[in-house]
Design a binder for this molecule. Structure first.
Ligand code: B12
Length: 217
């Protein structure tokens, strides 16, 4: 478990836009053998959620929020690059955000979790136009499409794009996550789309990817 004092030290460095201090704190955790999932959730995610709250109450500026995101993006990649991948499977996943969805850090973590489990992961990042996503799915024929949805306001656009995928590829397995669906909306979504798997954390996804029926399927 990462100690609160380490998180607070990291948060302080992040809010000071001190990339090298952030990097050094994370480097220490890695050298202590702290698991990537812990670093992702209990440092990066926790700090960005705090940044979001500070931005909401105007305690930090948009520029400060942007630099915090950029530093995190860099470190998400760096922490992952230091790891040895497990043996490759022949499974493929496409990870994307839908059109007008610009939050891609969570999706990048998801992509890395697939790769850690030996999958080939096509990470498309943010704001993928619906028709291009369909074309890409057609070309790559993935086992799974993982979608990250963060902005509640984009719900109807998101549903339209999701229906479009389901109509084109009725048998396609789809996994969804992100902060856009919560509470009643999430419950309604699950009832309407029982075949879409929803995970609200990369740990749940990781656990799922290690199930024998997923590995051997
Ligand atoms: C950085 C940021 C931005 C950046 C994004 C840049 C980038 N490169 O990603 C920019 C500046 C573009 C931005 C813009 C906006 N943002 Co913003 N942003 C954030 C912030 C501070 C951090 C996002 C982040 O990376 N979080 C960290 C990641 C790791 O967390 P995560 O996305 O939840 O992912 C985890 C899980 O959800 C899960 N997961 C995520 N996806 C998936 C997918 C699958 C398949 C699975 C299994 C799991 C999974 O795994 C991840 C790891 O555990 C958040 C605050 C917050 N609470 O997150 C606000 C936040 C998301 N933004 C918000 C808003 C309102 C906006 C704007 C509308 C603001 C505006 N008025 O312009 C725009 C909308 C832009 C758009 N159309 O997308 C709100 C969203 C509220 C909502 N749910 O609807 C938040 C929550 C801020 C707030 N407190 O109000 N934002």
């Amino acid at each position: 478990m990462i100690r609160e004092v380490v998180y607070l030290d990291y948060l302080d460095a992040l809010l000071q836009a001190d990339k090298f201090r952030c990097e050094s704190i994370i480097g220490k955790l890695q050298s202590q053998g702290v698991d990537i999932r812990e670093i992702y959730i209990f440092i990066f995610q926790k700090a960005l959620y705090k940044v979001g709250k500070l931005w909401e109450i105007r305690e930090i500026s948009v520029a400060e929020e942007h630099i915090a995101t950029q530093i995190t993006d860099y470190l998400v990649t760096k922490v992952f690059a230091a790891l040895q991948n497990k043996d490759k499977t022949n499974k493929k996943a496409i990870i994307s955000c839908m059109e007008k969805e610009f939050h891609y850090i969570g999706a990048k973590m998801v992509s890395n979790i697939f790769e850690l489990n030996g999958w080939v992961s096509y990470f498309l990042g943010s704001n993928t136009p619906a028709k291009d996503l369909i074309k890409f799915i057609d070309e790559k024929q993935p086992d799974v499409i993982a979608i990250s949805f963060s902005i509640y306001m984009n719900y109807s656009r998101f549903i339209k794009a999701l229906n479009n995928i389901i109509n084109h590829f009725p048998a396609q397995q789809i996994i969804l996550g992100g902060q856009g669906l919560t509470g009643q909306l999430l419950e309604e979504f699950k009832m309407q789309y029982p075949s879409v798997k929803y995970f609200n954390s990369i740990n749940d996804l990781d656990f799922y990817l290690q199930q024998p029926e997923v590995i051997n399927n």
